[in-house]
Structure formats: structure tokens, C-alpha cells
Write a protein that binds this ligand. Structure first.
Ligand SMILES: Nc1nc2c(ncn2[C@@H]2O[C@H](COP(=O)(O)OP(=O)(O)OP(=O)(O)O)[C@@H](O)[C@H]2O)c(=O)[nH]1
Ligand SMILES: [Mg+2]
Length: 291
């Protein structure tokens, strides 16, 4: 199905929203989606491995509006909360974006908690990445995972109704001044109160600006190449592994090796070497048979 959908993709503007748990990502996503809907744009929303379900805090705080959004046929909302799925969360999110893109979503918002490697990879899926920070984490800006900090194209200080927003802004400004940028885009720092929608239109206009920015075209190509490189490697790894298991490892072979490992008669590295050596995939054997 993905093969057939693929030719219909490449049109969506994929926006990654990342940040610490409870930073207000869902609330912001919901407000951004509302703004896009107001201009008639079809929106897809992916909440990837949320610490609280998408329908948690945000919907309690703003039940009516969220219901409006979820009853709107121009919005598709999907939570992906299962870690440890074969191939990983990032590839699954990648495929989900393909489906939403093919379905005609002009904007796809991906919400992730910006803490792990998976999130950095998911953020790489996006055409633009918004990092949501909150007051009270001034010094913590330093400790925020460097990878996440570097991929941010837009910084949003949400919960600006609380004291300490200026402090975070200063920290981010200071951090940005020493972070080498790979492009001309100067990441803006915006303040929002997602619960009331204050500052959200400014986020939207920066997102549009980023999209329109001439620099973005080269940036887009560069990111797309990187994204497809990762995706190809992941698919190769997965397919080769499955093919190897199915074609080269006889039933019971893995089980038969376990006793030696349990009793420490051999090590797993040697076992793997042996299994590859004994399979038809062994490079040495192939060489012999052709010489
Ligand atoms: N005071 C204030 N509260 C906010 C603001 N934005 C969100 N909140 C509240 O913060 C809580 C968390 O908001 P969410 O949108 O669920 O945060 P999240 O980042 O999606 O959380 P996780 O998905 O659990 O990581 C909710 O109770 C919101 O109502 C804001 O700008 N100001
Ligand atoms: Mg959330």
C-alpha cells in the first residue's frame, strides 16, 4: 500500500513540535490546527509516544474546542504510543506521514517528547521543527539534549503567562549565539500562551515564513536526503534481517545455540559469525564457489 501511496506524496508541510513532557505541545498543536483549519487547510496530527494521551490535559482544559477539532472531517488525529515495535517508532511515524500526505493533508503536525534519540529521528522527518520550552527551565536549557536543540528552527516559550519567560529567552539567545547554524535561517524565539491562543498566530506566520524562505529549498533538499538515507538504511536492515532469518536460519537453529551460550561454552559473537559462515550468504563461500 505504501508503494502505491508514495507517488501521491511530497506535498505536505511537515511540522514537528517537540519539548519536555507537559510543556503544552498538545495545546499548541490544537491551536495551530485550529488556525490552519480556519484557512481551509487539511490537517493531519500525529502524537508520537505521548507521555499523556493526546486527549489528556489538552482536552480537559479545552474540551469544547478539541471536540470541534476532532469532529472536523478536515482534521485527522492519530496517536502512536507503542514503543518497541519492529523497526522502531521513527520508521512507523515516517510511514504514517506518508499516509497522511497521500490522503491530502497539506499540513502534518507531529508531536513528540524531545528526550530521546527516537525523537531526534522523528524530528528529522519534519520540514520544520518547533522546540517548546517553558519558564522555570532557564538553566535547564543548557542540559536539554543537544541534538534536539540543534534541530530546532523555531523556539516557542509557552506558558508565558508564568514568570520566568524572559529568563528562558535570554538563555536560548545566549545558546544560539554560540551554536553554529548550517544555514542562513536565524531561529526566532516566540512567546505563547497556548491555552488562550496568545502568540499562536505569530508562530503560524513564522512557520509560513520558514516555508517560503528561499534558503529553505536547499535546506529542504538536504534534510530530505538525510531523511531518505536513514529510511533506506532502516528498511534495508529490516528486510535483510527478515530475509536472512527466513531463508538462511533453519527452524530450531536459534534454540539449538542457546545451551552453549547459557553454559558459557561459547560467546554470542562467535555464534553469529558461525551462523553467517554456515549460511549461503557467507562471503568466503561465495568466493570459493565462483573461483
Ligand atoms: N498556564 C498555562 N498552562 C498551559 C499553557 N499551555 C498548556 N498549558 C497547560 O499545561 C498542561 C499540559 O499541556 P499539554 O498540552 O497536555 O502538554 P504536552 O506538552 O502535550 O504534554 P505531554 O504530551 O504530556 O508531554 C495542560 O494542563 C494545559 O492546559 C500555557 O500557555 N499556560
Ligand atoms: Mg501532549
Amino acid at each position: 500500500m505504501l508503494k502505491r501511496l508514495f507517488p501521491k506524496t511530497g506535498h505536505a508541510y511537515v511540522i514537528g513540535i517537540t519539548g519536555s513532557p507537559g510543556a503544552g505541545k498538545s495545546t499548541l498543536v490544537e491551536k495551530l490546527a485550529g488556525e490552519y483549519r480556519a484557512s481551509g487547510i487539511q490537517v493531519g496530527i500525529l502524537a508520537v509516544d505521548p507521555t499523556s494521551p493526546f486527549s489528556g490535559g489538552a482536552i480537559l482544559g479545552d474540551r469544547i474546542r478539541m471536540q470541534n477539532l476532532s469532529m472536523d472531517s478536515g482534521v485527522y488525529i492519530r496517536s502512536m504510543a507503542t514503543r518497541g515495535m519492529l523497526g522502531g517508532l521513527a520508521p512507523a511515524a515516517h510511514d504514517a506521514v506518508t499516509v497522511l500526505d497521500a490522503a491530502g493533508c497539506q499540513v502534518v503536525l507531529i508531536e513528540t517528547v524531545g528526550v530521546g534519540q527516537d525523537e531526534v529521528e522523528i524530528a528529522r522527518l519534519a520540514d520544520v521543527t518547533v522546540l517548546v520550552l517553558v519558564p522555570g527551565m532557564g538553566d535547564d536549557v543548557q542540559t536539554f539534549k543537544a541534538g534536539v536543540m540543534e534541530i530546532a528552527d523555531l523556539f516557542v516559550i509557552n506558558k508565558s503567562d508564568r514568570p520566568g519567560a524572559e529568563r528562558v529567552e535570554q538563555e536560548v539567545t545566549a545558546m544560539l549565539s554560540i551554536t553554529p547554524r548550517v544555514n542562513d535561517w536565524q531561529p526566532p524565539i516566540l512567546k505563547t500562551v497556548a491555552t488562550t491562543g496568545e502568540g499562536v498566530p505569530a508562530v503560524l506566520s513564522k512557520l509560513d515564513e520558514f516555508k517560503a524562505c528561499g534558503e529553505r529549498e536547499t535546506l529542504k533538499v538536504k534534510r530530505a536526503r538525510e531523511r531518505w538515507r536513514l529510511r533506506l538504511m532502516a528498511l534495508l536492515r529490516q528486510n535483510l534481517f527478515e530475509k536472512f532469518l527466513a531463508e538462511q536460519i533453519p527452524d530450531g537453529e536459534i534454540e539449538a545455540r542457546l545451551d552453549d551460550l547459557v553454559n558459557h561454552r561459547t560467546d554470542p559473537y562467535t555464534v553469529v559469525d558461525d551462523m553467517i559462515e554456515e549460511s549461503r550468504w557467507a562471503p568466503a563461500k561465495n568466493l570459493k564457489s565462483t573461483s
